[in-house]
Design a protein around this ligand. Structure first.
Ligand code: ZN
Length: 66
């Protein structure tokens, strides 16, 4: 798995644009629609903190959505 640097993931959380291009809330990894379409275990994984599993969870979620 290609895990990017911490700045990238901090930027994901600070952004108001989801990886799909839709608006999302700051501090959320994804927009409501993307988040809702994930399997339950992937949703749960996204609640992990930066540096404690969020990076891998985000990569898995984006790969799954695309
Ligand atoms: Zn989205």
């Amino acid at each position: 798995m290609n895990v990017k640097d911490a700045v990238f993931y901090a930027g994901v959380l600070a952004s108001e644009e989801c990886q799909c291009g839709a608006e999302k809330l700051k501090r959320n990894a994804l927009c409501w629609r993307c988040f809702n379409s994930l399997p339950t275990h992937m949703k749960n994984d996204l609640y992990q903190k930066l540096g404690y599993g969020f990076e891998a969870a985000y990569e898995a979620a984006v790969a799954w959505l695309n």
